[in-house]
Design a protein around this ligand. Structure first.
Ligand SMILES: Nc1ncnc2c1ncn2[C@@H]1O[C@H](COP(=O)(O)OP(=O)(O)OP(=O)(O)O)[C@@H](O)[C@H]1O
Ligand SMILES: [Mg+2]
Length: 258
């Protein structure tokens, strides 16, 4: 479903601040696969997602999504295939618009029908019914502005909007890092449900190593712009956070061990 070949990206080329963010990186993701991504600060995790979504353009290498070569496709044209959620709950929603207006925009992403047609009664009913599945009470607040929601409610809504139009790929960049542990767990549970429910691929960056091993079916570790560990199957089932730390010496920054 997603194939990344020899992807490289450097920043500030030719200056003292030159940084190699991606170094000849290769990754193939199968349909429906849910991969967690870990790695220390500056390992290139966010840059990888930025190159996949078209926010950044790689210096070299190719990116294929479902047989389409998207390497040179502009970000707005990729966005119909790719849903994203970031760490900051303020991003990803239009905070001065209502929940249902936000949902209507998200639902239109993949369709030729424009937002200007407005929200029909049928749309409203469908949104209400699907929102109730999130278990956050948002179905009773559809005409309220998003800025009134808590961080966790907003992240749940952003996640819901990211998958609403049925993307091929879902990119999550530390999307629960700014939430308290209880809310983070709720949003992660939702993530599991969405990732499970269709053929979409999911890539989730986390600095919480037990979350990385507990969610999805494959974990990759990035370092200096490369993938230095790719864990799945029985090897992953048998892996513990302690063993990861011991083998890869990665307990040196803000990664959470518990
Ligand atoms: N827009 C940018 N301009 C200059 N350098 C950048 C830019 N974005 C990333 N970098 C550099 O590229 C490297 C990879 O950064 P990236 O943000 O991808 O790391 P990360 O793995 O997401 O780290 P973190 O865990 O801190 O989020 C780092 O050295 C970083 O300083
Ligand atoms: Mg990052």
């Amino acid at each position: 479903m997603l194939k990344i070949q020899n992807l490289s990206k450097r920043f500030n080329i030719g200056t003292v601040n030159e940084r190699i963010a991606l170094n000849d990186l290769n990754l193939t993701v199968r349909e429906g696969e849910f991969i967690t991504i870990i790695g220390s600060n500056g390992a290139g995790k966010s840059t990888l997602m930025n190159c996949i979504s078209g926010v950044e353009r790689a210096d070299s290498g190719r990116i294929y999504l479902d047989t389409m070569d998207i390497t040179r496709l502009p970000e707005h044209r990729r966005s119909r295939y790719i849903g994203r959620v970031f760490q900051d709950p303020m991003k990803g929603t239009a905070f001065d618009m209502t929940i249902e207006q936000n949902l209507a925009i998200a639902a239109c992403k993949n369709k030729s029908r424009g937002f200007q047609k407005g929200i029909t009664k049928k749309d409203r009913e469908e949104f209400r019914q699907r929102l109730s599945l999130l278990g956050m009470g948002l179905e009773d607040r559809m005409t309220q502005k998003v800025k009134l929601l808590s961080g966790g409610q907003r992240q749940a809504l952003t996640l819901f909007m990211a998958v609403l139009s049925g993307p091929k790929l879902l990119l999550l960049d530390e999307h629960t890092a700014a939430l308290d542990p209880g809310t983070a767990k709720k949003v992660l549970d939702l993530t599991d449900r969405f990732a499970d429910s269709n053929s979409m691929c999911t890539l989730m960056i986390t600095h919480n190593m037990s979350d990385a091993l507990a969610h999805g079916s494959r974990t990759i570790l990035m370092d200096s712009g490369r993938i230095i560990m790719d864990l799945k199957g029985r090897d992953r089932d048998n892996m513990t956070v302690e063993m990861l730390v011991e083998q890869f010496d990665i307990a040196n920054d803000r990664m959470l061990l518990k």
